[in-house]
Write a protein that binds this ligand. Sequence first.
Ligand code: ZN
Length: 91
Amino acid sequence: MGNITDLFTCSRCGGHWIEEIRQNCTSVTVVLGIRDDGSYIYGATTTEGGKPRGYRCMSCRRELRDNRALLITNLSEILKQEKSIESRHET
Ligand SMILES: [Zn+2]
């Protein structure tokens, strides 16, 4: 275990950051103010509840899928699989 940037290298673009896509969750955003045109000025957003639908590379938006092309919802599975893709490329 450790930093995701040490553990993950995207096999398409070489990126190191992963985004989590959540479903059935509530997004909660701080409202800081209102502009003259009536639009809101937002601050930090947090999410409540829900569960991960999947993960994707932050750089190229490649969705991380398992051998059966299903979205992976378990990060340790991703890291195992990405390692095996990397080692296949090396041989
Ligand atoms: Zn990528």
